[in-house]
Design a binder for this molecule. Sequence first.
Ligand code: F0G
Length: 467
Amino acid sequence: MDLAYQQCINPDCNATYSVSEVHVACAQCGALLDIRYDWQRVAVPKSMAFFEHRWMTKGESGPGVLDFSGVWRFRELLPFYRTESDIVTVGEGRTNLQQAHLLAPQIGLNKGRLFLQYEGLNPSGSFKDNGMTAAFTHARMVGARRVACASTGNTSASLALYAALSQIPGVVFIGSGKIAYGKLSQALDYGALTLQIQGDFDACLRRVRQIAVDRPDLGIYLMNSVNPFRLEGQKAIMYRVLEAMNWEVPDWIVVPGGNLGNCSAFGKAFSEMQCLGLIKKVPRLAVIQASGANPLYELVTQKGLKWNGGRFDRKRVAEYYGQLDGADVHAHTIASAIEIGRPVNLPKALRSLDFMQGVVRQVDDETILEHKAMVGRFGFGCEPASAASVAGAHLLVEEGLIGRDERVVCILTGHLLKDPDATVKYHTGVDMKAVQEKAPRQEPKGRLACRPVPVPDDLEAVVRALQ
Ligand code: F0G
């Protein structure tokens, strides 16, 4: 019997499924799924400090490949795989937590109180690798023939890397002109079939979900964060934060919010660690959105939406989205990674906010760019979306909600080099994207050239591109 199963998060449904099944939603009610464990049967260590000995250890028969990964060295906390040979890993998660002495006073915190979790150090340059290693492990377990995702760039870069590594063909759906060049270049170099859909991220996600569900003949395994296995891997970001803090729980975790997978995974990580008696305290959560892509902020902070034990007010959400549709409002922000108007993990994000006494704030593009430049100037660097976390922490300190002496961890989700255009434009005023668009094009000559394929946002056209 497996140690893990999938379970619907809707308390009025609670349907369960085996881990050998592939679902992008509950087959009974359409809600999101969680991975659950029969913890009684898992050899969970008595303390988180147990995991330290694995760091930099060598396995008995050569280097300990799983211990080399900052996700799988915590494997007892995500034991959904059947055998260790299922695991697809590239040594992700060897990231670090920096005590940002120079930046702390800039955002009103006392020295030694600000910490930056630098997820840009992952192999594909963003936190997504934490989740992708887990989802590919599941994809391999179930014998997936093809994997796909919609993306604002980082998910596609990460998927393409793991697809290349595991030799499972990868397809990425990206909004035409919507992703930063660094990220596009990664998907092409790793050799994924790159469909440039004429639409935004929300349109891409609708389309790829439709294809994964309605066209089983195309054999598409979905890698977006509706895939609950991905979030299992992303829990490890929190384990590493705690490890770097010597297992002392900080006061705040501050994270940018787009599709809301990360904040969902963080809440699950803390809730499980608490249930297992591995931590005594739970930090507070702050989710920061760009003001041009702020559905969680609007729904939670402005309209008072709450988890309510899983019976949240779905009508209020539908009404709000209906208003946006009626006015043809789409998400728009310089932080392209979080340019998302219909976050699929909204319910799980509400659950995390509830469990971690969370708050949601929005910050505008100018504030994001100023904080991005500060993160760079004081010795780290990150992409625009990541800087939203620092900008949000600053705002919360100014509001007085975060005390100057509280210990605050901001998650820097993606590497500075992911979006060179935004950085160059900030510092020089030159819009490289506009320059590139006008530049004459030549036929690519490289033997492995992988050209993006432009596709209208239309089911038949997408199916043709996949056949
Ligand atoms: N930061 C970066 C750098 C991201 O790439 C993303 C999401 C987020 C923050 C938001 O995280 O979705 O878990 O709330 N990028 C996705 C993508 C959507 O397609 O790469 P989230």
